[in-house]
Ligand binder design. Structure first.
Ligand code: FES
Length: 514
């Protein structure tokens, strides 16, 4: 290494540091401040010396890992499937994203950027979309590995593959400290934060730049809910949505607990809270919105935001009944969602449409007060499209739009008898079951026809699912299951007095309380 700093003057300045201990002075100031001297130190010492990075006990079982860094090199120490401790670089070999942060237990390292997957030994075992790359061989790619040695329970690593072993050098010290039984000592792992708020932004920008011009793939933002977003995250989300002009789908006010949470956090409703960050606008869709109040709904209508109505999920999870009729009255665009919690554990949109049609039939004689067939169809088509980045290209059958359509077998709807005066749409919504679907087309491409999917082998896919999910649970999964059972009573206790029901009555009540 070439350096200008190792000059005669520096060596002369060292003189005052190497005199008798009661007179000696600190090293010359440049040793603490000069970047060039730091580079020299790194090359002369840190790149070739054994560096202590933690305790062996911080990764006791296969898959357990912790991360650290030395000289700017991010490192993960992990116990592999054979129980051997490994020290690997966490820098992904694709585009240098970090594949591990904080600590935890895992079966593989999944790069959050483009989802390359590495084994616990650092070997690349999955690289989506690289199958067609010429000359690319997964077996030739792996995370860099560093030398590792354990001494009295301490984990040392060395960036220099040719470094001689550490233990012989420390033999005298080992004898001196033998009585302390350091190898049995245990200590807490420094708990660094395992959440890195910048990751999602990097990923979003990367995915957006890759896909935003594509016809069938689009990227939008979907923060999970207010209680999972810090104020910084809300600010960043709002900025990203506006800068890239992408829609944002956010679950909000799904339960009365979430309503109360917002009051405790910001002394306002959840909608008012996110409005402080400029999130309530025409790009926003709220998932659920069960516990919005009338003022919130006015605000949504004025901002031209949308609501995705997850009717069966709201019933199933005891979340309440969304004020769909009021949304409609205020002219809010609504969509139909299933929220992974459909009635039959499937994704039957025809059934969901029937439920939306039925669930909001408040007593009375005025037809305009309850959902109409046309409204439900609109929610499931153009209304839904408007909540996504495909708003202008799907949802209606028009020249220039993507041909997204479903064909239904009329006989299975009309047989054995249908009064000829029954409107077609009424018959479809009231009677069609998913067995009536004969063809599904996506952007002009048939993806399902006469009981067969054209793109996937359903039998194979279901078998793979069955085989994968039928395997015995891994140790960590058993642990998590036990933990969830153990923690539940405490969660119930925490929430037992969380809300005052009298303060959280929904304004939208389809029937009398007495
Ligand atoms: S950077 Fe890791 S997969 Fe692309």
């Amino acid at each position: 290494m070439k350096t200008n700093i190792l000059n005669d003057q520096l060596f002369a300045d060292f003189q005052s540091s190497i005199t008798a201990i009661d007179e000696a002075q600190m090293l010359p100031p440049v040793c603490y401040t000069d970047g060039e001297f730091h580079e020299f130190e790194k090359e002369a010492i840190f790149n070739h010396e054994w560096l202590c990075v933690g305790r062996e006990s911080w990764a006791r079982v296969p898959g357990e890992f912790f991360t650290t860094s030395h000289c700017g090199e991010p490192i993960v120490v992990v116990r592999n499937r054979d129980g051997v401790l490994k020290a690997l670089s966490t820098v992904c070999q694709h585009r240098a994203m970090l594949v591990a942060e904080g600590h935890g237990r895992t079966k593989t390292f999944l790069c959050p950027y483009h989802h390359w997957v590495y084994s616990l030994d650092g070997q690349l075992i999955g690289a989506p979309a690289m199958e067609r790359a010429c000359g690319f061989d997964k077996k030739q790619v792996r995370l860099a590995e560093f030398k590792l040695e354990i001494w009295l329970g301490f984990v040392f690593i060395n960036f220099d593959r040719d470094a001689p072993p550490l233990a012989p050098r420390l033999e005298a010290l080992r004898m001196a400290v033998e009585n302390y039984k350091a190898e049995l000592a245990d200590g807490p792992r420094p708990d660094g934060s395992t959440t890195y708020p910048w990751n999602w932004k990097v990923m979003f920008r990367s995915l957006h730049s890759k896909h935003h011009n594509k016809r069938r793939v689009k990227i939008q933002l979907a923060p999970a809910n207010l209680h999972w977003c810090s104020d910084n995250a809300l600010t960043a989300l709002s900025d990203a949505s506006s800068k890239y002009d992408v829609p944002m789908h956010m679950h909000l006010n799904e339960t009365a607990y979430q309503k109360e949470y917002a009051w405790r956090r910001g002394n306002c409703t959840a909608l008012e809270y996110i409005d402080r960050f400029g999130m309530v606008n025409e790009r926003l869709t709220l998932g659920h919105g069960v516990w919005l109040n009338e003022k919130d709904i006015d605000r949504l209508a004025a901002a031209r935001s949308c609501v995705c109505h997850n009717c069966s999920s709201n019933f199933r999870l005891r979340s309440g009944v969304a004020a769909l009729n009021h949304f409609e009255k205020m002219g809010i665009n609504t969509a139909i969602g299933i929220d992974e919690a459909g009635i039959n554990d499937d994704r039957d949109m025809l059934q969901e449409m029937k439920l939306v049609l039925r669930a909001h039939r408040v007593p009375g004689m005025i037809e305009a007060d309850v959902p109409t067939m046309a409204q439900v169809l609109r929610m499931a088509t153009v209304g839904g499209a408007r909540t996504t980045p495909y708003g202008s290209s799907i949802g209606t059958i028009e020249i220039g739009k993507a041909a997204d359509m479903v064909l239904l077998d009329w006989n299975s709807i009309a047989y054995p008898y249908l009064d000829e005066l029954t409107p077609t749409l009424d018959a479809v919504l009231q009677r069609a079951k998913n067995q009536a679907v004969t063809m599904t087309m996506c952007d002009g491409e048939v993806i399902y026809h006469d009981g067969k999917f054209t793109k996937v082998d359903k039998t194979e896919a279901l078998k793979a699912l069955h085989d994968d999910l039928s395997r015995a649970l891994a140790d960590d999964e058993v642990e998590r299951r036990k933990l969830s059972v153990a923690i539940l009573p405490h969660v119930r206790k925490f929430y037992s007095g969380y809300i005052d029901p009298s303060k959280h009555e929904p304004f939208y009540r389809p029937s009398s309380m007495i």
